[in-house]
Design a protein around this ligand. Sequence first.
Ligand code: URA
Length: 291
Amino acid sequence: MADSVRGLAGEFKRFLAAQEEDEFLTTVAPLRAAVSAPTKVTSSSIISSAGTLPPMASNSTLDVTFVHQNNTTPTPEAPTMNKADKVRALEELSEAIKSCTRCPLGATRLNAVPGEGNVNADVMFVGEGPGFDEDRQGRPFVGRAGQLLDKMILAMGLTREKVFIANIAKCHPMTDPLHPEKHGNDRAPNAQEIACCRKYIEQQIAIVCPKYVVALGGVAAKALISDANSLGALRGKFHTLHLDSVELPKPVQIIATFHPAALLRNPNWKKDAWVDLQMVMDKLGLKGARK
Ligand code: URA
């Protein structure tokens, strides 16, 4: 008994000492504490018989309403798409995103970053927008924050291949678009950019139709859950996801947690992020990574 208490105390001390990002998996994960834890298209019409996506609402003048209203009513369950249709729909969406010029970011990006992953994923991670590395590679979360996200995913007992990863904004929001080569030239997407991109992430969520969406950081949490609340107010509980433009074929739960970049800046928040991730793990019966 005394040994096991000493063991737990030792583990807890090591946990508190785990301030480096590369310890998320090796140190934090094994310490798994019990946590109790407007007109819409239907998902089946996301791909028409001609294989094309429904038209996006015209807002080329960017004269759009930026307020996201969570006022949609839950819809009864409809059959989800089969794998081949999901792949085709996501590919079409990616092509549309790659040629998108709906907002000014389309003119300065090096590569659009549509998102990637398992079309039948149970969990979908949504960040705010591509950074320097993602802009160069056209893939989400491939820089330092992405390396930490990979560790968080592994700690949950998942792999990148098993989940879907995307962003609210699909193009790199830069502080200084005249100098895209500058490092540290990142900023959060603004309301106009989020409004222009909203239908892309909504369609991706409706196509994949995961059981759980993990909103990484305040931008994603506010965009997808409620822009009236802070990340602090949205964290720590599941919310039923409501989309503005697409009917979900079945209910999807969303939980908000810290953005990996925020965890790099404030490693003390890792334990809270881990509590959030464990809530998803508990729902899915995931045991997490074991050393
Ligand atoms: N930050 C994000 O929000 N998304 C990425 O893809 C990379 C960094």
